[in-house]
Design a protein around this ligand. Structure first.
Ligand code: ZN
Length: 263
């Protein structure tokens, strides 16, 4: 798909990811590729790199559905821009990647290749943590296009991974909304209609929900009781991911980052 803004959206899925209901997008813009897809899409990404020869790659964060083919690109000598924290995470490798993630996306090997740094052209990497500590968005200021990686995902996302920080995510969503993007691309949902409003709505929902969790924490409620009261019962996602993606994680993260009153 090429739209009026010269953004080409390429949706990647494998039979495994499709069976589990997942896919992820990479984007070609200004002759640069945003993100590299997941290990299970290796052949498609290799073909894309060989046919299109982007002048550089910009990686939003360390997760395997975004950084899954960094090695493939690095070994082709394609320059890559990513945060130092992302590169460090890729070189360290993530311990304990849940079974459902490996089944869906394929296993990502640790990064061992040398990276030729890329200086993004007409694009900026902006730190917007929360989804992961190293999460960045890619901003095309001239065209007012925001490639949000996994910042958005949806307005009301009640589940979280252990690595997530909902307070940081709320701040990032506010900052992203303040950019007033004319066009918003989400790595999983693709083009998001009314992106700036959607980001503001997400920030508002997160702030309200975190506030409700904080109130219950102050009243001495347990994490499980707060989860049921504020976010509702766990659904099938928590069971399938064995708790890796759960509502309880959201509450735990809010408690872990709570500012304790002095004294
Ligand atoms: Zn992610």
């Amino acid at each position: 798909m090429v739209n009026a803004d010269d953004v080409e959206l390429i949706r990647l899925r494998s039979w495994r990811s499709a069976a589990m209901g997942y896919s992820v997008c990479v984007f070609l813009v200004r002759d640069q590729l945003i993100d590299t897809g997941f290990p299970g899409a290796r052949d498609t990404v290799a073909r894309l790199l060989d046919e299109r020869r982007p002048r550089g790659i910009v990686v939003t964060h360390q997760h395997e559905d975004h950084a899954g083919n960094v090695t493939l690109a690095a070994d082709r000598g394609i320059p890559i821009a990513m945060a130092r924290s992302t590169e460090e995470a890729l070189r360290a490798g993530e311990a304990n990647v849940g079974f459902y993630r490996r089944a869906c996306w394929g296993a990502m090997a640790r990064l061992r290749s040398a990276i030729e740094p890329h200086r993004p052209v007409g694009l900026e990497l902006l730190a917007m943590p929360g989804h992961s500590p190293d999460h960045h968005v890619v901003w095309d200021a001239e065209r007012e296009i925001l490639f949000a990686g996994d910042l958005f995902l949806g307005v009301k996302v009640r589940v979280a991974r252990p690595m997530e920080d909902p307070r940081a995510l709320a701040q990032s969503a506010r900052r992203a909304a303040a950019l007033r993007p004319r066009v918003l691309f989400d790595a999983h949902r693709g083009l998001v209609p009314n992106g700036a409003q959607a980001l503001a709505a997400k920030a508002a929902w997160l702030e309200e929900t975190i506030g409700a969790v904080d109130e219950h924490i102050a009243r001495g409620w347990s994490d499980r009781a707060i989860t049921r009261a504020v976010l509702g019962r766990e659904d099938v996602v928590a069971a399938v991911s064995r708790g890796d993606l759960s509502r309880l994680n959201f509450v735990r993260a809010v408690r872990a980052t709570a500012v304790r009153p002095a004294g």
